[in-house]
Design a binder for this molecule. Structure first.
Ligand code: 5GP
Length: 261
C-alpha cells in the first residue's frame, strides 16, 4: 500500500490518502490539546500508545460484531482505516458523572449514574463542540432517525463490552466519546464506528484508588501521562508487564521502526 498526500490534519491525528480510494492511513500524533485548543503540548510517545490501545479495543469490538473502520495497524503510529463520511456529532457516553457534566449541572464528581447517559455534541471546534438535543440532529439533518437508532444500539453494546473489559483489569470506565461514519456498501449507506478509543477519548479510573489513567492527567496538570497510558496498555495485555515504557523508550521504538521501513 502506498501512502499518498495528507488529506486532513486534526488535533491528535493526521489522515493520509492511499492508492486504494476506499482506504486511508490514520497517523497518531503526540500533540495533546484541551479546552478547545487553549491548552496545548507535545507528549512524546502518546501517539504510539493510543495507536496500540485503540487498535486493541477496535479489534475486540469487531470480534463482537461492532463494525468499525479499523483494517489493520501498519506500524507504531499508523493504522489503515476505511474512508468514511464522519457524522458531525460527538457521542458522549457517561457511566459516572465527571468533567463537563459536573460543572454544567452541578452534579458531584464521581456520582454513579443509574443507567448509561448518551449526550450529543456538535463536532465543531469553532463553536466549542456545543451540547445539542437529539431533535437538533434531525432538524438540521446531521443524521437520520434510522442512523441514530442504530448508533444508540451500537453505543450501548460498546459500553457494555468496554465496562467489562476494563473492569477485568481493575479500571472503571467513567465516560468516553465515540464518533461514527457512513460507508457505502453495495450502494447503500452503512453506519460504522470510527475515530479512536483510547485514554485520550475515555475517562479511566483505577478501580481501587480512583487514580486517573487518562487525558485528565494533562487537562488537570497531574503529570505522568505516559506512565498512566502505559499502565492501561500493560493491564490490557498490549505491553508486557516487565516492559518499562518511558516517553523516551516509546519514541526510540517508533524511530527504529521508521528506519526499518
Ligand atoms: P467532557 O464532556 O466531560 O469534557 O468529556 C466527556 C468524555 O468525552 C471524556 O472522556 C472526554 O475525554 C471525551 N471527549 C469529549 N469531547 C472530546 C474531544 O473533543 N476530544 C477528545 N479526545 N475527547 C473528548
Amino acid at each position: 500500500m502506498k501512502k499518498g498526500k495528507k488529506l486532513y490534519e486534526g488535533k491528535a491525528k493526521i489522515i493520509y490518502a492511499t492508492n486504494d480510494k476506499s482506504l486511508v492511513i490514520q497517523y497518531f500524533k503526540d500533540d495533546a490539546t484541551a479546552f478547545n485548543n487553549q491548552k496545548k503540548s507535545v507528549i512524546e510517545g502518546k501517539g504510539v500508545l493510543n495507536n496500540r490501545i485503540s487498535e486493541h479495543i477496535l479489534s475486540n469490538l469487531s470480534q463482537i460484531g461492532i463494525k468499525n473502520h479499523l483494517v489493520k495497524r501498519l506500524n507504531m503510529r499508523e493504522q489503515v482505516i476505511k474512508l468514511v463520511e464522519i457524522i458531525p456529532i460527538e457521542f458522549i457516553v457517561r457511566n459516572v458523572a465527571s468533567g463537563s457534566i459536573t460543572k454544567r449541572l452541578g452534579i458531584e464528581d464521581g456520582t454513579v449514574l443509574k443507567e448509561p447517559l448518551i449526550e450529543y455534541c456538535l463536532k465543531d471546534d469553532k463553536l466549542g463542540d456545543p451540547l445539542i438535543a437529539e431533535e437538533h440532529i434531525f432538524a438540521f439533518e446531521w443524521a437520520t432517525k434510522k442512523e441514530i437508532e442504530k448508533v444508540k444500539k451500537m453505543i450501548l453494546r460498546v459500553n457494555d463490552f468496554m465496562i467489562g473489559m476494563f473492569r477485568g483489569v481493575g479500571i472503571k470506565l467513567i465516560d468516553f466519546k465515540l464518533e461514527f461514519g457512513r460507508l457505502k456498501v453495495n450502494g447503500k449507506d452503512e453506519v460504522i464506528l470510527a475515530d479512536e478509543i483510547s485514554p485520550d477519548t475515555c475517562r479511566l479510573w483505577d478501580s481501587m484508588t480512583d487514580k486517573k489513567l487518562d487525558k485528565d492527567r494533562f487537562r488537570k496538570n497531574l503529570g505522568d501521562l505516559i506512565p498512566a497510558y502505559t499502565e492501561v496498555a500493560k493491564r490490557l495485555g498490549i505491553l508486557h508487564e516487565q516492559s518499562n515504557v518511558s516517553a523516551v523508550n516509546v519514541t526510540k521504538l517508533s524511530s527504529v521502526k521508521r528506519k526499518r521501513k
